[in-house]
Design a protein around this ligand. Structure first.
Ligand code: 4NP
Length: 169
């Protein structure tokens, strides 16, 4: 039987800039389409330096400008149980994906590059942490557009290799 709820984990390095945005924006896109109950999402960092911290104020601000409140999120580090609990683990850049695959054990096939999974473009969501403020707006836009297509794809279940088919029963 196909699962009703897809568990998706968004991962970056610190879990304070990019992946909190991806978690919040993806959830907002799903909710806008009336699909909130189809997805359970979280985010994490491959590093643990910011564990317990709220998202970077610049990520909170850019999300809020677009109507998404991510201020209640708290950073955490990826843990071994995530590779069992989540159906899809999406790294924001290729370094995240490489790190995740090293940690994934037998579940490495769950790990994908976010932009690749969403759009087939094998590109990174750039780390805006040390850059200019407009980097956060660019990252927001990338994540928003990719989240739209990711929901389209997941709803269409277009990947035969996923081993799942949509269930209407
Ligand atoms: P993120 O950005 O991976 O998008 O959350 C970063 C945040 C903090 C650090 C690196 C990247 N840091 O080195 O503290």
């Amino acid at each position: 039987m196909a699962k009703d709820v897809q568990n998706i984990l968004f991962v970056c390095l610190g879990n304070i800039c990019r992946s909190p945005l991806a978690e919040g924006v993806f959830a907002a896109v799903a909710a806008e389409r009336g699909l909130a109950d189809r997805y359970s999402v979280d985010s994490a960092g491959t590093g643990g330096w910011h564990a317990g911290d709220p998202p970077d104020p610049r990520s909170i601000a850019v999300a809020l400008r677009h109507g998404v409140d991510i201020s209640g999120q708290r950073a955490r580090q990826v843990r071994a149980a995530d590779f069992e609990a989540y159906d899809l683990i999406l790294g924001m850049d290729r370094a995240n994906v490489a790190d995740l695959r090293r940690l994934a054990g037998g579940n490495a096939d769950k790990v994908q590059l976010f932009m690749q999974a969403a759009t087939d473009a094998s590109c990174d969501v750039p780390d805006p942490y040390y850059g200019q403020a407009d980097g956060f707006e660019k990252v927001y836009r990338m994540i928003r557009e990719a989240s739209e297509t990711l929901v389209d794809r997941l709803e269409a279940r277009i990947s035969p290799s996923s081993g799942q088919t949509s269930s209407t029963t």
